[in-house]
Design a protein around this ligand. Structure first.
Ligand code: ADP
Ligand code: ZN
Ligand code: ZN
Length: 734
């Protein structure tokens, strides 16, 4: 009988596993899949993961190399997770080696036996806490640092301080010297807080939701918790998690990138009698590994993190929660393009545990699944506490003279709210001063030399900037074409609105929040602090402002241009616009000061806007679902998008045409191949881009086709000359 073969996942872009002979002296029968193995690969030695032990191989035996070492005695990837990763590799058509790599902490990919080492954390001392009041005015930098530390009673690490402060080390040193801050090395999670907050009495709707969810806690169920912002979804999560913990099981909570604030983590830590592991992008490799260990050893009862926390080890799984399930950040948009939400549902199914999807504005996919009876659907129709939902006003701006995008009606409302000492929030999803610079004399426009796009005017910096490739140039003073013409700033960006606001409301303190004003580390935190401290009257910003923050003093929200979402090339634009409008609206107002939302539009009769204004997200979603059904788009169809790009103008299109031809004629039971076509913005950063869309009636049809087709594409001679990728269930269509 011949020796068994190890099938190993190796971090390479090749879509396959690699066969090896077992290391000398190791009985392959004793090996469990999921252990790490060191193998020779090319001229290097690499760390791979054992997928399976097999009896046969397609490689001639004498050519097989021997693995050099076995690195683990127990699997670092459990059987359940390994199955999920293999499934994901097939479904998303991504190389298994890279998928496995994505699921493992960096230290386990690099080192044979990484140690659990402490990393530096800083905490406020009681003296520091006492000093906070008096420092606030005199030493703003120290005060800001103290505030960050106060928000994290369990300690902040360097990466966290780095995201919130500029040049903070010397400031921190001063605070340490004063005895206000102390440093500790920490390898384990902070223990649960001693004085835990008690839970509020649940509202009727919350109570019903918790009861129903508890009944289903011992097997797989997928439930949509559909409740407006502030309706108490997080409270439902907390009470469910308490029960899960009481049974000695773990809960995994996934939140959008922007939603993982220290306040949220603090809320979990203050309530739950368990160490909470937090996983996010600001951790260093050691911290990430420590958190991974805490999950794997069952020390952490709750693991809360962004997208990739989905792959955390869960030895005692009890519950998975996806908060804001509609959020785009759950889908990875490059490399391994997976949906953490969709994979989480599959993982819950494999683990036979419940999963809860929470949102105020569920995605159409999820609503559709709920209507089909695949998911349970629970509602929290009212805001918890006394706050009421704001009133919506649709402002017809057709034919009106706008002051830099602001209608007379909006200006008047703003004045009313400012007179009552409330804050006003204005939303415009376009940064810069103006999106187009044009010559009044000869019609010249400023275009990017590397992209098919206009350059945006940034007047404050005196620059023209491309928002697609980042290139920039000085703002010309005269027309480069005719040398004489007057240059016009066309269209509206946040910088321009800011200028207009300063003219219209000279007394008001205006803060602009967009990528330009928050580029510097710590800048966003500082602006948010000013807003919360009441040092700001008007908040103006892009969608950075719409998510994850609460602004209780805001009573008027103005959406300057709601129309872009109604008429975009991306079929998901109106869904996103609706979600965004309701999310922005949800940020505003509280009990004693109900809010108003004014939407400026050139299409006041658009039924979608009317439904949003009536707070009728279900009706809004229904209208969109009908459109999707008619157009045979998701959730009524399954899509995949192949994107390609190359410096040569024809190469990407030619490659995709060859890819399409390699499929041969497609029959009725196969996906439709649409394209190839140049991408909506064909040239970006000097590369020409094209795409080919696959549209199938269901996932199985698409999957069956992709498996054979991808093998052929990889063999096309051009497949190495262009950069190409496949996106299964794409959320962005270009
Ligand atoms: P969501 O997650 O839906 O936005 P939260 O759970 O954060 O809602 O609740 C919104 C606010 O209402 C929070 O300040 C929370 O403490 C409070 N809250 C939630 N449930 C209750 C309740 N049953 N009684 C009193 N206050 C509540
Ligand atoms: Zn000109
Ligand atoms: Zn460009």
């Amino acid at each position: 009988m011949s020796e068994s073969i190890l099938q190993i996942a190796i971090p390479t872009p090749l879509r396959r596993h690699f066969d090896y002979r077992p290391p000398t002296g190791i009985d392959p029968a004793s090996l469990q899949p999921g252990v790490r193995v060191e193998v020779p690969f090319g001229r290097r030695k690499v760390i791979g993961l054992l997928l399976d032990v097999a009896e046969r191989t397609d490689v001639p035996r004498h050519k097989l190399k021997r693995a050099t070492a076995l690195l683990d005695t127990t699997p670092v990837v459990s059987g359940e997770l390994l199955e999920l990763l293999s499934w994901a590799s097939r479904y998303y058509q991504h190389p298994i080696g890279e998928v496995v790599q994505h699921a493992l902490p960096v230290l386990l990919r690099r080192e044979a036996q990484p140690a659990r080492r402490g990393s530096e954390h800083w905490q406020l001392t009681p003296d520091g806490l006492a000093a906070m009041e008096q420092t606030l005015k005199r030493a703003p930098k120290q005060a800001a640092l103290l505030a960050s530390l106060q928000a994290r009673p369990e300690g902040a690490n360097a990466a966290e301080l780095e995201t919130e402060h500029v040049n903070w080390r010397p400031v921190l040193k001063k605070l340490i010297d004063k005895g206000w801050v102390e440093m500790s090395l920490r390898a384990t999670l902070p223990p649960p807080s001693e004085q835990r907050q008690s839970a509020p009495t649940l509202t009727g709707a919350q109570h019903t939701a918790v009861e129903q969810l508890l009944q289903q806690r011992n097997s797989f169920h997928c439930t949509l918790l559909d409740g407006v912002t502030g309706s108490g979804k997080t409270e439902v999560y907390l009470q469910l998690i308490e029960r899960v913990l009481a049974e000695g099981r773990q809960a995994l909570v996934l939140v959008p990138e922007i939603g993982l604030t220290p306040q949220l983590v603090e809320r979990f830590r203050a309530r739950l009698n368990t160490p909470v592991a937090v996983l996010h992008s600001a951790l260093n490799d050691q911290e990430r590994y420590n958190a991974w260990l805490a999950a794997r050893e069952g020390e952490a009862g709750v693991i809360i993190g962004t997208r990739s926390a989905l792959f955390s080890p869960l030895p005692n799984p009890g519950l998975i929660i996806i908060d804001e399930e509609h959020d785009l950040s759950f889908k990875q948009q490059d490399g391994f393009r997976y949906s953490a939400r969709d994979l989480a549902i599959l993982r819950a199914q494999k683990l036979n545990i419940p999963i809860l999807l929470g949102s105020a504005t569920p995605s159409l996919e999820t609503l559709h699944n709920a209507r089909q009876g695949r998911y349970h659907h629970l509602h929290l129709p009212e805001r918890a506490g006394a706050a009421v939902f704001p009133r919506f006003l649709i402002q017809d701006v057709r034919g009106q003279k706008l002051e830099h995008g602001l209608s007379a009606q909006l200006l008047a409302r703003m004045q009313q709210h400012l007179d009552q000492h409330s804050q006003v929030l204005l939303f415009l999803n376009r940064r810069g001063f103006a999106p187009v610079l044009m010559c009044h004399e000869c019609g010249w426009h400023a275009r990017c030399a590397r992209c098919d796009a206009h350059l945006t005017v940034h007047r404050r910096q005196n620059k023209l900037r491309c928002h697609h490739c980042g290139s920039e140039q000085p703002l010309p003073e005269t027309c480069p074409e005719c040398q004489t013409g007057e240059l016009l700033h066309m269209g509206l960006g946040t910088e321009r609105v800011e200028t207009a606001l300063q003219e219209q409301f000279p007394e008001a303190r205006v803060v602009r929040i967009d990528r330009d004003t928050t580029r510097r580390k710590g800048a966003l935190q500082e602006l948010l602090r000013q807003i919360h401290a009441g040092e700001v009257d008007i908040l103006l910003g892009t969608q950075m402002l719409a998510k994850g923050h609460h602004f209780p003093d805001v009573t008027l929200v103005g959406l300057l241009d709601a129309d872009y979402g109604l008429y975009s090339a991306d079929f998901r634009a109106s869904e996103r616009m609706g979600q965004l409008i309701l999310q922005v609206a949800g940020r505003a107002g509280r009990a004693e000061r109900p809010g108003e939302v004014m939407i400026q539009t050139h299409h006041p009769d658009n039924p979608l806007l009317a439904q949003l204004a009536a707070h009728d997200y279900p009706a809004f979603a229904e209208t969109l679902l009908q459109e999707r059904a008619q157009a045979e788009l998701p959730p009524y169809a399954s899509l995949a998008l192949v994107r390609a790009e190359a410096p040569d103008p024809r190469a990407a299109l030619d490659f995709l045409q060859a890819a399409r031809d390699s499929a041969g004629p497609t029959g009725a039971d196969q996906p439709l191949l649409l394209g190839p076509v140049p991408s909506p913005m064909e040239r970006r950063a000097g590369r020409y881009r094209a795409q080919l869309l696959l549209q199938a009636t269901d996932r199985q049809t698409l999957q069956r086709f992709l498996q054979h087709w991808l093998v052929r594409i990889e063999q096309l001679p051009d497949s190495r000359r262009v950069r190409w990728s496949i996106d299964v269930d794409p959320l962005e269509m270009f």
